[in-house]
Design a protein around this ligand. Structure first.
Ligand code: CTP
Ligand code: MG
Length: 236
């Protein structure tokens, strides 16, 4: 079983409200996407392919991938067209892998906007998956520390949600090539919006292992997250 990495990087970063999409904001002297891809390549020496979904006309992304392809000559580093939703971008990348991926190969999907992911967490996820043959896949997630409230439509508390066994889902999320593709196609077909791969796999009844990661595996989303990510990178 080979290891493939898919990175959706074709979002427009509406919540960030910046002039350039957030994957190209500068973090400690390099783009967010560059940090993310280098961390994945370093954490997974066994990976065979890296496929990055880019927006049409994204020359900066293409140039970065050409550079990485020359820095990592043994790896197949390619692009796929971004789609309307994150799941469409992931599906396009899976389609681009059609001829090289075996049905049982592992695919790790990782957000371009998570540059602080730790290599040791990724390595531990792969070790857990190989030691736990009865699960269909897994994802990094952080146990929730906050006290959680569910509200009504007027923002008044209805209840406190027990945070025992509540996790914040992160990425990478790792599933078998064929199963993941089928699950995402099915979600599309039924017009179920899925914000992560695990949601699509849950909908088809998969058994999915949560692998604890550091809470600093943040997804850069809002203004201010760049400064936070810089502080995290310095602290690691
Ligand atoms: N993404 C993608 N294709 C899309 C939408 C998102 O490849 N059509 C990617 C983003 O580039 C990001 C990841 O999916 O790396 C997670 O998405 P999110 O954090 O929501 O990023 P954006 O969609 O860019 O941001 P926003 O939702 O604020 O517009
Ligand atoms: Mg989005």
């Amino acid at each position: 079983t080979k290891i493939h990495v898919v990175v959706p990087a074709a979002g427009s970063g509406r919540r960030m409200q910046s002039a350039v999409p957030k994957q190209y904001l500068t973090l400690s002297g390099e783009s967010v996407l560059s940090h993310t891809l280098k961390r994945l390549l370093a954490a997974l020496p066994a990976l065979s392919t890296l496929t990055v979904a880019l927006s049409p006309g994204d020359e900066q992304g293409r140039a970065l991938l050409r550079q990485l392809a020359s820095d990592y000559p043994g790896k197949a580093i390619t692009t796929a067209p971004g789609g309307a939703e994150r799941s469409d971008s992931v599906l396009n990348a899976l389609d681009a892998l059609r001829d090289v991926a075996g049905d049982q190969d592992w695919v790790l999907v990782h957000d371009a906007a998570r540059p602080c992911v730790r290599g040791d967490d990724i390595a531990r996820m792969m070790a857990v998956l190989s030691e736990t043959p009865d699960v269909d896949g897994g994802l990094l997630a952080a146990p929730v520390a906050a006290t959680l409230k569910r509200s009504d439509s007027e923002d008044c508390i209805m209840e406190t949600v027990d945070r025992q066994q509540v996790w914040a889902a992160a990425t990478p999320q790792t599933f078998r090539y064929h199963a993941l593709r089928q699950a995402l196609l099915k979600a599309n077909e039924h017009e179920i919006s899925v914000t992560d791969e695990a949601s699509a796999m849950e909908a088809v009844g998969a058994k999915i292992k949560l692998i604890p990661c550091q809470p600093d595996n943040i997804k850069i989303t809002w203004q201010g997250d760049i400064a936070m990510a810089e502080a995290i990178l310095k602290s690691q």
